[in-house]
Design a protein around this ligand. Sequence first.
Ligand code: PBG
Length: 333
Amino acid sequence: MRPTVAPFPATRLRRLRKSAALRGLTSENTLTADDLIWPIFIREGENVTEPVPSMPGVNRLSVDRAVAAAEEAAALGIPAICLFPYTDPALKTEACEEAWNPDNISNRTIRAIKAAVPQVAVMTDIALDPYNANGHDGIVRDGVIVNDETVEALVRMALAQAEAGADILGPSDMMDGRIGAIRTALEEADHSDVAILSYSAKYASAFYGPFRDAVGASGALTGDKKTYQMDPANSEEALRLIERDLMEGADMVMVKPGMPYLDICRRVKDEFGVPTYAYQVSGEYAMLQAAAQNGWLDGDKVMMESLLSFKRAGCDGILTYFAPAAARALKAG
Ligand code: PBG
């Protein structure tokens, strides 16, 4: 048990809040640019910056613009960028072959960023949804998302990304056994130093709506993702998923969405003490931006407060669309 505080007036907790100096001395958590992973959307073309209407301030970028974003990340001290492709609907099939095409938009962007800004870590997404005619993260047979066949496809996708130079692979598909299968394949293919940040505890959430617009999956998706993503009612299951992925070779783990699931972040950090990340997802970003645009909230302040909440909950880092704005605000002091 911690010692109880002395009775008032010996203890006046406001003493340590009296000035910025004392608050600074006693603050328990800090956010730095080092804590940020910047998710970006990529698309075909040249010199294209195409706004995503449901995510004000976020754009789909052509490869050359994505390289410029990575250069911006480097200048701002953001250690990693995470790529999400908007795929031409003509390339979406039921077998999802485009997912492991060495020259798909993601793999070309990985190579371009690693050639231009090698110090920025490139993270990828491993799931079939951007390439799937059905919009699902896995292969669909007779209306069922089939696990083992999907894992084989995910392994191909992972190897193509590692081959292109990805530093961190992010399986976000929620199939069973994919971390072990990807880890084994990486070891066998001489990619033993490629890290896996597993989307271990990923909930079936309505907060992903704007993201699905951004990658062009909203129209394609039939049904929902509840047979593979987690039930928002569950918490114990999240710990089992994290433990399972760690045992299969995940280096880092993620809880997603972020703010509605801070309790899960804290439990994961306390239980396992491993590098733990949260994804402040598209819907969380959209909510704050919408309120700020209406003048209902101070956008900069809620951005920083929301990001700090992840640090308080035990996260080592945050995937956030606010990454460049937050890094700029941190630089400005
Ligand atoms: C795809 C994927 C999703 C997100 C990241 N990877 C959407 C989904 O599972 O439907 C969501 C990110 C966000 O909302 O910002 N597997």
